[in-house]
Design a protein around this ligand. Sequence first.
Ligand code: 4NP
Length: 156
Amino acid sequence: MIKVLLVCLGNICRSPMAEYILKDMVKKQGLEEQFYIESAATSEGEIGNPMHTGTKNKLQQKNIPCGDHRARKITKQDYKKFDYIIGMEEQNVIHIKKIVGKDEENKIYQLMDFSNQPRNIADPWYTRNFDKTYEDIVEGLEGFMEYLKKEKKIDR
Ligand code: 4NP
């Protein structure tokens, strides 16, 4: 089982979008049973809140199912529980490390490091551009899936 935790600042825009896109991707590839996927925040500001309507609308437009998401904050225990803890931007990675401690098992990544053009995923909370966020996240997650296949982490 590959356990993936997607992380952003508030867990209402980018990381839940990434969570449901990745769940949909693995399902469509028949790999659903090999994955456990969640998302979390680095801040406390949005805890308990549902997804941003911009994220929800984008997922609906793409026919990607999403559940009754509620924002939660990453915990120190998550470091033990998950294999891949993936931040959406550099600041997320810095904050994740502050919360979970030293990345001794090299589990913490930045999503776009799996793409050919490593970069931050802009925060649509500020940009309001959920289309760009969606495209960037898909690119990063496709790179992540390629990486897992190359590293032979997936049975197929
Ligand atoms: P997210 O976006 O990190 O992609 O969920 C944000 C959500 C809330 C805030 C900032 C970013 N906020 O400042 O409340």
